[in-house]
Design a protein around this ligand. Structure first.
Ligand code: DGT
Ligand code: CA
Ligand code: CA
Ligand code: ZN
Length: 587
């Protein structure tokens, strides 16, 4: 059993306990799930090598939960969860995924209307029987139906951040099979698309059969759809399918190019080949029967008169023209973020102390972080008020002395709430004491586009604001973005000297690639950060970098690729130059 599977089950228990009104234990299981999900070692290995004691040494795992994990890894099932399910025969995971349906609602829905599944709920909402319940109305019914529709659309696709680690693990293992020459992940994963339908792997080997045999016997494989001498198609335990194709060396580049896509990009390349009287396929570029190119991607692109380009921009959005004119941009390299600018701690809803988050950032090779705990109007996260921020500042000052010898700097910041009218929920006197001020929308998501855009722009106008956090507020596969005119926000960000955040958290990733490109075209600076709520989240940074690459961004477009002193200087410079802009040129 993998960590992801164990975490999923712990999370499910947490949800059942929450519905059963056992908030305390629910949170314990929730924390355990988050910890297991982001562990670097497999819990199964820990148990095999160190027994239950080993499991208990993991943070957030006490003896009770360690026993449950032991039962899971030894028997593959868990009696406790079965019991919870018998007591409350409701599909909690399916129902909590729906916007506006929380643990309390689930209980009411079950006891009053006997609703157990998403289908039950959809029927009840469609027939208008929900509005009979207290706190329910026609508006809630419509909202629920809309959310169910959205969930149905994203079904069957997986988050990049969930799939990339497992695919990389498989890639590493395949590279060790005797006879192997090349292995690469292709498809939407290589293009770092936000969501992934299935995993495509392309390889070349002297002994293809050996590679196929090894692949289909990997521990993650739960079903083999088909397997031959040079290809195999399987299902992995995460529920995603994976394809492996083993080709000859001389066609490897053409195969990699073809299976990387996207499909439309392939079609455009094929058209160029046809115009030249040639033929392009996954086997190579041919003139009649003669192979013109195929061993490497570079060779194929060059023969077609194009520059090679990074997979992230192969989406038919101007990359072919750019490659013809030899102006493919130098995209921001992976690993080039120097400091994480959105980090929550146990001062609010994060799991760890400022010091623990700092240690984690050091371990991830960073040289600064900004502590951005939530502010007071976000009561669910126990947001900080002005006094809380001042107390936190004292802790940061003390820690900065301690971390000075490691050349690490902790910046004082906050994720300040933008209230309904665009005002901030923290007084200017307190904001002035911060190194950086980030703002975000955390309430009233249902406003009209006009209202929401005006609300955000009012916040950007505030002379102390430096960064707009999660500018669209979407949760991939869970929640649609709020309605906002992103172009107006971009223009206002430029005008008022505010940077826009590319949030690297796997289910957020706002801005989208097209927004990023638009922001860059308007000269707006970006920051990439993780929105970390636990020490392990630091590893998400490159998901944000991937997103910037998909938006054609370079290193200089992203402020926190610089040292902390350069970053602070530039933030100031942007703000000052914005102030000098004549009024009346806003948007
Ligand atoms: P996914 O799996 O839905 O996230 O997206 P992809 O892009 O990985 O798509 P997939 O797995 O169906 O196919 C992998 C690549 O193979 C795709 O990016 C381009 C290429 N390909 C697949 N079908 C076609 C096709 O009908 N025509 C062309 N030209 N290429 C195709
Ligand atoms: Ca795919
Ligand atoms: Ca595929
Ligand atoms: Zn947050």
């Amino acid at each position: 059993m993998t960590n992801t599977e164990i975490a999923k089950i712990l999370e499910e228990i947490s949800e059942y306990l929450d519905v059963s009104n056992d908030g305390f234990r629910s949170r314990a299981y929730g924390r355990a799930a988050a910890t297991i999900a982001s562990l670097d070692r497999e819990a199964t290995d820990i148990y095999r090598e160190e027994g239950q004691k080993g499991l208990e040494s993991i943070p957030s795992i006490g003896s009770g939960i360690a026993e449950k994990i032991e039962e899971l890894v030894t028997t593959g099932s868990l009696h406790y969860l079965d019991e919870l399910k018998t007591k409350l025969p409701v599909n909690v995971q399916e129902l909590t995924a729906i916007e506006g349906v929380g643990p309390k609602t689930i209980k009411t829905l079950y006891t009053q209307l006997h609703i157990k599944t998403r289908d039950d709920l959809e029927k009840a909402a469609a027939s208008g029987s929900l509005r009979a319940l207290p706190h329910f109305g026609e508006k809630t019914e419509r909202k629920i139906l809309k959310s169910i529709e959205f969930l149905k659309q994203s079904k069957g696709r997986f988050l990049l951040g969930d799939i990339l680690p497992i695919a990389s693990k498989i890639e590493v293992r395949l590279k060790k099979i005797p006879g192997v020459r090349h292995v690469a992940i292709a498809g939407s994963l290589r293009r770092r698309q936000e969501t992934i339908g299935d995993i495509d792997i392309v390889a070349s080997s002297k002994e293809p059969q050996k590679m196929i045999d090894a692949f289909i016997s990997f521990p993650e494989v739960v079903h083999i759809y088909g397997s031959g001498a040079t290809k195999a198609n399987v299902r992995l335990s995460l529920g995603i399918d994976a394809d492996l194709r083993v080709v000859h060396d001389k066609e490897y580049g053409a195969a990699l190019l073809y299976f990387t896509g996207d499909k439309q990009h392939n079609i455009e390349l094929r058209k160029i080949a046809i115009e030249k009287g040639w033929k392009l396929s996954e086997y190579g570029l041919f003139k009649g029967n003669k192979l013109l190119a195929g061993a490497t991607e570079e060779e194929v692109y060059h023969k077609l008169g194009l520059e090679w380009m990074p997979p992230e921009i192969r989406t038919v959005s101007g990359e072919i023209e750019a490659a013809m004119e030899k102006r493919i941009p130098r995209l921001i390299p992976y690993g080039s973020i120097k400091g994480d600018l959105q980090v929550q701690t146990s001062w609010t809803d994060g799991t760890a102390s400022i010091e623990a988050m700092t240690d984690a950032a050091l371990a991830h090779g960073l040289s600064y972080i900004a502590i951005t705990d939530h502010t007071k109007s976000l009561t669910v996260a126990r947001g900080l008020d002005e006094k809380g921020l001042a107390r936190q500042a004292r802790e940061i000052d003390a820690l900065n002395k301690k971390f000075l010898k490691k050349k690490f700097r902790i910046l004082k910041s906050a994720e300040v709430n933008i209230l309904k009218d665009g005002k901030l929920d923290i007084a200017d006197t307190a904001l002035k004491k911060l190194d950086l001020v980030g703002v975000s929308v955390h309430s009233h998501f249902g406003m009209s586009e006009e209202e929401m855009t005006a609300r955000i722009i009012t916040a950007l106008k505030h002379p102390l604001v430096n960064i707009l956090f999660h500018p669209t507020g979407r949760l991939i596969k869970k929640r649609e973005p709020y309605k906002v005119d992103i172009l107006k926000v971009i223009k206002a960000a430029k005008h008022y000297g505010v940077a826009l955040e590319v949030n690297a958290y796997p289910d957020r990733l706002d801005l989208k690639d097209t927004h990023i490109r638009l922001a860059i075209e308007h000269g707006v600076k970006l920051v990439v950060d993780t929105d970390a709520h636990a020490p392990e989240h630091g590893k998400f940074l490159d998901l944000g970098v991937a997103q910037v690459r998909r938006g054609w961004g370079s290193k200089t477009d992203v402020l926190n690729t610089q040292s902390v002193s350069d970053l602070l200087k530039e933030i100031k410079r942007i703000k000052n130059s914005a102030r000098r802009m004549p009024t009346g040129t806003e948007c």
